[in-house]
Design a protein around this ligand. Structure first.
Ligand code: INI
Length: 156
């Protein structure tokens, strides 16, 4: 049998970049708080974390690409909130952000995590941003797992 790889959840020594959208800031600031909690709990040092605020979710892929191309980070986490009930062009924005973030990962070979929530209402958004669930926290855990997995699959 060949090898089985599994990324651990120890974040010590990992450098993480976070791109967060300011649109729906009540929600995204909570996603960011959840992300910071996860970073701390998983041993990522404050000095190894950078945060960039973009105007909205639509801009996250470009910011993520800039971080990925800088070559200084082990993973990029994108945080945003696109709320269906409040967005006439919900489908355009949400599809474009998902596609764009996936494209950055594919083009750069770096884990780029999709921590963008797409709920129907503000209430649902708040539920997912530290209420019933914490998608900011979850996004960071995925980033740490993926960064460690990539280190195993392609050691430097
Ligand atoms: N940006 C979001 O992050 N969430 C939204 O719900 C949203 N709405 O409702 O339109 C939104 N729009 C702004 C968009 O992301 C861009 O910042 C803007 O279109 C400028 O390019």
């Amino acid at each position: 049998m060949g090898s089985t790889y599994q990324g651990g959840l120890d974040g010590a020594g990992l450098r993480i970049a976070i791109a967060v959208g300011r649109f729906n800031e009540t929600v995204t600031s909570r996603l960011l708080a959840g992300a910071r909690t996860a970073l701390e709990r998983h041993g990522v040092k404050d000095d190894d974390v950078v945060v960039a605020w973009a105007p909205g979710a639509f801009e996250l892929p470009l910011v993520a690409r800039a971080f990925a191309e800088a070559g200084s980070y082990d993973a990029v986490v994108c945080l945003g909130a696109v709320i269906r009930g409040e967005t006439a062009h919900f489908d355009f924005i949400s599809a474009e952000v998902a596609r764009g973030i996936g494209q950055v990962a594919a083009d750069t070979g770096l884990p780029v995590i999709f921590g963008v929530i797409t709920p129907n209402t503000l209430e649902q958004a708040l539920d997912r941003a530290g209420g019933k669930a914490d998608k900011g926290y979850d996004a960071v855990v995925s980033a740490i797992e993926m960064a460690n997995l990539m280190r195993q699959i392609r050691p430097e």
